[in-house]
Write a protein that binds this ligand. Structure first.
Ligand SMILES: Nc1ncnc2c1ncn2[C@@H]1O[C@H](COP(=O)(O)OP(=O)(O)O)[C@@H](O)[C@H]1O
Ligand SMILES: [Mg+2]
Length: 365
């Protein structure tokens, strides 16, 4: 039977709700340290009022990219545009950009108010203008009443709020945040994620956020930029990145996935593990070898007689809400998440719908 083509081929970037105009563009940025290329001709467009997150393992060049945008690093080649104008050689203090670092770098000898006021005092803003601005910013970050506290009387979360207020009070058009929640414990980090999202909406500015935590990236961002070894691997909405990883690195980095070798028989039909599956992908060569990605939660457990595949349950672990099962399918271990538990030693049937199958070209690996 001919598989039905999908009603709609998913398009990237459909979710863009922010302003369409670009604010920052990186064009072929090359940075090398001591002869070693840290950014390999990186190009990226950032939209005005977008929440963009750079996601990737430690050492992949996320901080370096932020520093290029901020102007702390001049690339060996390539250009940085802001509002369409070339600012590659412009010093940091002349850019409409502010950075919040992982380590808060607050002034320990100044109180909360003076830490936030610091940038405005440098600009010689008169006291009667400065005071209401600082107080408003402290209120926005939830630190009303803390003005006279000294920095060492604050918790880590409160110190980070001061650091954010200190950056935002300068009214940057782009706020760069380099793993700003990295030093906080999990519960506080979750709270601050929501808080930062709210702040971005309220301030109506562009946030460029750096993290190595995939869940943080997927929950906070309009757009996720996945990086590895100084290159961009994929740019897309969190849904794109999660559902349509473009190569095995991304699929592995983003979550536990089953990745198996397959053959794309023709458009909308892929063969793996000895079965032909309808899928929603097309545009590969006839009989092209591919990699197939199936998420653990996308495998339906059915009676063996009705399963597209059958497998032997090796191990079942209760994870609080779901069961994680390790299942042997023709010698390859699959990971399946299900709310119903099977027993170790049981043979199960496994069904996978066309939407649940993601095809990656092997050359992308
Ligand atoms: N000032 C520097 N001098 C030499 N090497 C550096 C410098 N800064 C970063 N690097 C190297 O560049 C690579 C990318 O670093 P970085 O951008 O900090 O990565 P990330 O923020 O993704 O963890 C790493 O291999 C790092 O060791
Ligand atoms: Mg870094």
């Amino acid at each position: 039977m001919e598989p039905e083509p999908p009603a709609q081929i998913p398009q990237r970037g459909m979710q863009y709700k922010m302003n369409d105009s670009l604010i920052v563009s990186l064009k072929n940025i090359v940075v090398d340290f001591d002869g070693e290329k840290v950014l390999n001709g990186l190009s990226l467009d950032i939209h005005d009022k977008e929440f963009v997150t750079f996601l990737g393992p430690s050492g992949c060049g996320k901080t370096t990219t932020l520093r290029v945008i901020a102007g702390f690093i001049t690339p060996q080649s390539g250009n940085v545009l802001f509002d369409g104008k070339d600012i590659t050689g412009l010093p940091p203090y002349k850019r409409q950009v502010n950075t919040v670092f992982q380590k808060y770098a607050l002034f320990p000898h100044l109180n909360v108010f003076e830490n936030v006021a610091f940038g405005l005092r440098l600009k010689k803003m008169p006291e009667e203008q400065l005071r209401p601005k600082v107080l408003e910013m402290l209120e926005i970050v939830g630190l009303k009443g803390f003005e006279r506290r000294s920095i060492h009387q604050l918790s880590g979360g409160q110190q980070q709020r001061v650091a954010i207020a200190r950056s935002l009070v300068n009214q940057p058009r782009v706020l760069l945040l380099d793993e700003p929640l990295g030093a906080l414990d999990l519960k506080l980090r979750k709270e601050m994620q929501l808080e930062l999202k709210r702040l971005q909406r309220e301030m109506n500015i562009t946030f460029v956020y750096v993290t190595h935590d995939q869940e943080e990236a997927l929950t906070m961002s309009d757009t996720v930029v996945v990086m590895n070894k100084g290159n961009i691997q994929q740019i897309g909405s969190p849904q794109d990145i999660y559902n349509e990883p473009q190569n095995a690195f991304i699929a592995n980095f983003i979550g536990d996935s089953n990745i198996v070798e397959g053959i794309m028989l023709k458009d909308f039909l892929v063969s793996f593990c000895g079965h032909d599956f309808s899928c929603v992908d097309r545009g590969f060569g006839v009989n092209e070898p591919v990699q197939v990605v199936v998420r653990p939660e996308d495998v339906a457990i059915v009676p063996p007689s009705t399963g597209m595949l059958t497998g032997l349950v090796k191990e079942v672990i209760f994870k609080g809400v779901h069961f994680e099962m390790h299942v042997d399918v023709e010698g390859k271990e699959w990971l399946i998440h299900s709310t119903q538990a099977s027993q170790p030693g049981e043979i199960i049937g496994m069904n996978i719908g066309p939407d649940e199958i993601h095809i990656m070209s092997r050359e992308g690996v």
